[in-house]
Design a protein around this ligand. Structure first.
Ligand code: GLA
Length: 702
């Protein structure tokens, strides 16, 4: 017999059967309405027992069980000595709903395991599970993941892939049968396998079709899986990927999964992904202040640190209206290039004979905050700390370690190494006027074992969280940026401890249009670092106008990563104007609802609408040459349908348009249209060149 619990947030409803082994989500979708009779829902959906199969139809609970006849991918795998207790079957023993959290406890007395599942529906659906070893023998856990059902109609999948400098590339695929597996063993969230997966009605797009999506909020290894069972049912699964023997539970010990954070919408991806944004915006650490425009020294000077040159850079930055100056890699130990010094977190005497204070006071006297780069989880073999403590690296004894960027991971699970790093970071922040830390992590985990010789990524990930938590506790006013060679560590768990992500090392605006569009499906713009880089991109060699670079970076947490002491007068005037323009609009840009539009693939259109739909800013960019000479009208759904809006061209300094004898007349004086008209017909953009963009501003009238 089912026992059903309903959770609802107005836009989405979840119905949970708490009478199955682990709870089963029987409805995750549009609200069923107050009159819905849940028992009839269950009876209407009861499935036939078909010939050729077993006589029971196993449900698909949050933790599906092979032991109950589920032949998809089980939610819990593990074993005791001699391979026992390998396929548990749980029985629910208790459930309660308090403060919106449904907690369901189940046990398997034969296997000696207890399972607790928690389900919350707020801005998103959040599900976690904990398995506890209740027997008096060890239990070796191979995996515990969370499973959510997807509707039969979810015939298309959207996943993401990437690489260094090319993060968040979306991949759409038809999903009529079979499965898709995303596994990440890189020890950080990774560029390659963002833990983000959507399923939706065939043909779903930004504004249409029912969509379900999930994200594993975890910064280590993860697994995501979606399968259509041969009987037609579909499900999606996500959790931590555990190496063999990585988690062994002694009697009484337990393991808790990362949170699986999930979103749903009946009206397409834009609406669904706003759930992820609302969820992050609701966390207590979400930045409450306007996001300061920053200058990052990396592409400006790389390792060429010289106090006088940096002071001149700071002068030029302040003159442009920049509010935060971030000193990147190269200020410490023997770090004159990327082959040595990581781990030696003391100011280099050679480069800064009088310490960092003269530079910091110069920066702060200009009215800017000072930020600094660190990469605390790493050591170079060529560093004082590694020479003194070669046993602090996360390697596997007996094997030559695999290096990445000439560096090794520091074993934060080693209490001495942990205290060493914490002590040095603490002292750095205590002794200097530092408001911001760019926390980098530039290599994958490969073959890293903890002190006991077992796989070390799980322990390292938890230790990283402890380190960040402790440091934040001691320095609550310091903001932290999560960087991992660009966007290698972008996830909702790291964002509980950080105020910004470095979205990509690629400052090429063309690449950024796509990267940021993908990233916007997981994080809101105010957390997304976006820099105006040099005219000729350092990562791709492409040359782009300042207006295109500006139009691209304006929507994120704006920064400049360019040697601004070398600007021409025209560039200086334009960049100053762009920064002023960002400041004028950043409140809206950083609090509004992110909207993306569907258009020809030669273009990218997106923007933000104020939550009350009183205003908005949208960007229409041309990426490549297009099949038609004239861009398609930009339709703008999602505004207040009956309100009238004034739409005007928002000029970016020195922007250029493509050739046309006459450009659309409305661009000169603006045009007044209702929300309904904007959704149905939109506005006609001018002709553009590839790698350029125009912005439009919308204001509700009356
Ligand atoms: C990584 C970061 C860059 C920069 C360098 C410094 O690649 O992503 O932004 O900080 O490290 O070494």
């Amino acid at each position: 017999m089912s026992e059903l619990v309903r959770l609802g947030d107005g836009g989405t409803e979840v119905v949970i059967d708490v009478a199955t082994g682990a709870p089963t989500i029987v409805h995750w979708g549009a609200p069923l309405g107050a009159g819905a009779e849940l028992s009839t829902l269950m009876s209407a959906l009861s499935r036939p027992v078909v010939p050729g199969g077993v006589d029971t139809i196993a449900p698909i609970p949050v933790v599906p069980e092979y032991g109950s006849g589920f032949t998809g991918r089980p939610g819990l795998t593990g074993r005791r000595a001699q391979g026992r207790a390998w396929a548990p079957r749980f029985v629910p023993v208790d459930h309660h709903l308090s403060d919106g959290t449904l907690t369901v406890d189940s046990v398997d007395e034969t296997a000696g395991l207890a399972l607790r599942v928690t389900i919350v529906l707020d801005d998103v659906l959040r599900v976690r599970a904990t398995v506890e070893n209740t027997a008096d023998r060890r239990y070796s856990l191979d995996g515990l993941t969370i499973t959510l059902p997807l509707a039969e109609q979810a015939g298309e999948l959207l996943s993401f892939q990437g690489r260094w400098s090319r993060e968040f590339q979306s991949v759409r695929r038809e999903w009529s049968s079979g499965s898709i597996l995303i596994e990440n063993r890189r020890g950080r969230t990774s560029h390659e396998y963002p833990s983000l997966l959507f399923g939706g009605h065939r043909g779903f797009d930004e504004w249409q079709g029912e969509v379900w999506g999930a994200h594993v909020a975890w910064s280590g290894n993860h697994t995501m899986f979606a399968e259509r069972l041969p009987d037609g049912r579909r499900y999606l699964q996500g959790g931590e990927l555990l190496h063999p023997g990585e988690v062994v539970l002694d009697p009484g010990e337990s393991y808790t999964t990362p949170e699986l954070v999930a979103v749903h919408s009946s009206t397409g991806l834009t609406d669904a992904t706003q759930g992820f944004h609302r969820s992050l915006r609701a966390r207590p650490t979400h930045p409450a202040t306007l996001r300061p425009v920053l200058l990052n020294t990396w592409e400006a000077v790389y390792f060429d640190h010289d106090t006088d040159k940096l002071k001149a850079l700071a002068d030029a930055a302040a003159d442009l209206g920049i509010e935060r100056f971030v000193l990147d890699d190269g200020w410490f130990g023997s770090r004159r290039d990327d082959t040595k010094g990581l781990g030696d977190w003391w100011v280099s005497d050679n480069v800064y004979p009088d310490g960092l204070k003269p530079l910091i006071s110069h920066v702060t006297s200009l009215g800017m905050e000072f930020g600094i780069w660190v990469e605390p989880e790493m050591v170079n073999p060529d560093s004082d700390v590694f020479r003194a403590h070669p046993d602090w690296a996360l390697i596997t004894q007996g094997y030559e370690p695999v290096l990445g960027r000439q560096q090794l991971v520091l074993d934060l699970g080693n209490p001495e190494a942990f205290e060493f790093i914490l002590g040095h970071l603490d002292a750095l922040l205590r002794d200097h006027d530092i408001s911001y830390v760019k926390w980098d992590m530039n290599r994958d985990h490969i073959h890293g074992s903890n002190q006991a010789g077992a796989a070390g990524t799980h322990g390292q990930t938890l230790a990283l969280y402890r380190l960040l938590d402790e440091l934040r506790d001691r320095h609550p006013d310091v903001e932290i940026e999560s960087c991992a060679s660009g966007g290698g560590r972008i996830d909702h768990e790291i964002l509980w401890r950080t105020e910004r992500v470095w979205t990509s090392d690629c400052n090429d605006a063309l690449e950024r249009q796509t990267i940021q569009r993908g990233a916007s499906m997981l994080i809101p713009p105010e957390l997304m670092g976006a820099h105006i880089g040099p005219t000729r991109s350092h990562t791709t060699g492409r040359t782009q106008t300042l207006s295109f670079r500006a139009a691209t970076a304006l929507f994120g947490h704006l920064g400049v990563e360019w040697n601004v002491t070398k600007l021409t007068d025209e560039e200086r005037i334009a960049l100053r104007a762009v920064i002023a323009m960002h400041k004028e609009h950043r409140e809206l840009l950083h609090s509004g609802d992110v909207v993306r539009f569907d258009t020809d693939p030669a273009y990218n259109a997106h923007g933000v609408y104020a939550p009350d739909r009183s205003k908005g800013i949208v960007s229409f960019a041309q990426l490549t040459s297009a099949p038609s000479q004239t861009p398609p009208p930009l339709r703008l759904p999602g505004l207040d349908p009956d309100a009238r809006y004034r739409v005007v061209h928002l000029a970016i300094p020195f922007e250029t348009w493509g050739a046309a004898r006459v450009q659309p007349a409305w661009l000169h004086d603006g045009v007044d249209l209702t929300g309904r008209q904007l959704a149905a017909h939109g506005v006609q953009p001018p002709t553009l060149h590839p790698e350029s963009a125009v912005l439009f501003e919308l204001t509700r009238l009356g």
